[in-house]
Design a binder for this molecule. Structure first.
Ligand code: PLP
Length: 525
């Protein structure tokens, strides 16, 4: 009879059984393939080293290969040995445990399946609050890319706007300032943020012409992301509708849904430089509509909305008494001399919340620092502000060392300006990707005016595309390029995808050549 010894890990049992059968890792892979299943090299090595514990179906496969009882292998402690369960001498067990001694502790390990006494345990399902939430930018296609990377394949990630891996450096002065102030940032700050940071944000808002801004209406956050979630929770009751652009920045849709609201998407029109379709917005307002979200400059399209378009949106908000949320995190990455107009400047009589931060303009998205500015008609949003304060207090404060650099970052020379003019990386990479994509037969793209994303269109008939997820997976498998499918941005047709054009020119050129080569023969089945 073989019982699982307490503290014995999955890796211990796997290694013991492999040793017992005289099987090496390569034998396991071969045996899996003979059984018509696939086991990757890195997969097996992760199980053996204890870094990962396999899912239940993989445990079953391993048990089959090793001819041991599945429950024993999985770790059901009280399980009686089946006739085929290896009877392992105590000294062997001791040595297997000894081998495991210098492996990571359980708490270090990444589990993808329960391992201890789990067979009779009830299942813990995710909350039904997440049923309507979709967040695909880091979704199943990214998981597949991670799996391929774990196997040792190199993946070019054109899927998220993460500046640091592509060699964009934070200005030295910003780093130096954080270093200097670090020891003063050990405690919590006031919930809304440090006075110096909020003062600098207030002055920045004033320079942009935002009316009726005061210190008590400025909140710092762990990125704009945290503040989006905070506002949606503070505002939306179950069933309240909120207008969100389509394509969207998916966090807005996800947070609105998680808060119990109903995201209603209005169309941004590719034929009109991706500007919002005013008639579509108007047609989607109902008595339940509480607010409208504007993302300008836009992710994923790179659009910058002209003043007249914003005026028309504000007019709809005025007519229907909507609150305005304007996400302007890319306002300092506008190219070609286009003017960025802050929506709040056009709506002094309406309740407005404007979002921005340092993630993109100062290439510090890992520092997690963003802010929001309440402006315009504050009388009508008193109770909302009460809710915002409550939630802001509940999260205590945002990252204080990151708040300490806001003043430096917003003042003086803006080094991001060097990137967005002729000769600058973002400017030149934007020009290249725009020209190169449009040169591919079956691909068209509107030229982005800001930020570092492009949202190209595929000729679905030519490529026989019915699923953008399949397209993204096929491209990943064949060329090891990771893009985000249009569906990740609530785009209803399978005909778009987003590319982040942050990689250096050489890498970008190679990526586009690979994409062109792929599309040369690609026909979706
Ligand atoms: N809003 C938009 C439109 C974005 O594109 C992003 C990040 O990509 C965010 C908000 C989140 O930014 P942060 O890093 O400040 O959380």
């Amino acid at each position: 009879m073989a019982q699982n010894t307490e503290h014995e890990s999955f890796a211990d049992r796997l290694k013991t059984a492999m040793a017992h059968r005289g099987l090496k890792q390569s034998d396991m892979i071969r045996a899996a393939s003979e059984l018509g299943s696939k086991l990757g090299k890195s997969q097996v090595s992760q199980y053996v080293s204890g870094k990962t514990v396999p899912r239940r179906d993989v445990v079953a496969l391993l048990a089959r290969i090793l001819d041991v009882d599945e429950g024993w292998l999985e770790g059901a402690a009280s399980l009686q040995a089946e006739p085929n369960t290896p009877v392992i001498p105590n000294d062997e067990r001791a040595s297997a445990r000894h081998e495991a001694a210098d492996q990571p502790s359980d708490s270090d390990r990444q589990h993808d399946a329960p391992t201890q006494r789990s067979t009779s345990m009830r299942e813990f399902n995710k909350s039904s609050k997440l049923d309507n939430v979709l967040y695909d930018v880091r979704g199943p296609i990214t998981d597949e890319a991670a799996r391929m990377e774990a196997e040792g394949q190199r993946i070019l990630k054109l899927n998220i706007g993460n500046t640091a891996p592509f060699g964009f450096r934070t200005p030295d002065e910003v780093i130096e300032d954080m270093r200097t102030q670090l020891t003063d940032c050990e405690g919590y700050s006031e919930a809304r943020g440090l006075f110096s940071a909020r003062k600098a944000i207030m002055q920045y808002a004033q320079l942009k012409g935002i009316p009726n801004v005061s210190m008590d209406g400025i909140y710092t956050g762990n990125g704009v992301s945290e503040l989006i979630q905070l506002c949606m929770n503070a505002l939306l009751n179950n069933g309240d509708e909120i207008l969100i652009p389509m394509p969207d920045y998916p966090l807005w849709t996800a947070c609105a849904a998680l808060a119990g609201g109903t995201p209603v998407h209005y169309v941004c029109d590719e034929q009109a430089e991706w500007n919002p379709d005013i008639a579509d917005i108007e047609s989607k307002v109902t008595p339940r509509t509480k607010a409208i979200v504007i993302i300008n400059p836009n992710n994923p399209t790179g659009a910058v909305y002209p003043r007249e378009v914003l005026e028309q949106i504000v007019e709809i908000a005025r007519k229907h008494q909507l609150m305005i949320f304007s996400d302007e995190i890319y306002d300092r990455l506008v190219m070609d001399g286009f003017e960025h107009v802050s929506t709040a400047t056009l709506a002094p009589d309406l309740p407005c919340v404007t979002f921005s931060g340092l993630s993109k303009s100062h290439m510090v998205c890992g520092f997690r620092i963003g802010w929001m500015v309440l402006s315009g008609n504050k009388r009508c949003m008193k109770d909302f502000m009460y809710g915002v304060n409550m939630l802001s207090n509940m999260r205590l404060c945002s990252n204080v060392p990151s708040q300490s650099i806001v003043q430096t970052a917003l003042g003086g020379h803006q080094s991001v300006n060097n990137y967005i003019v002729p000769g600058g990386r973002i400017y030149e990479q934007r020009n290249y990707i725009y020209e190169a994509l449009n040169a591919i037969d079956g691909v068209t793209a509107v030229k982005p005016k800001a930020a570092f994303y492009i949202f190209p269109k595929l000729d679905v008939e030519k490529f026989n595309i019915t699923s953008d997820e399949q397209f993204a997976l096929d491209l990943l498998h064949e060329k090891r390029i990771l893009i985000t499918r249009g569906g990740g941005f609530a785009w209803p047709e399978p005909d778009h995808f987003r590319i982040v054009f942050l990689p250096r020119m050489g890498v970008l050129q190679e990526a586009v050549e690979d994409l062109a080569d792929f599309l040369e023969h690609y026909r979706q089945r």
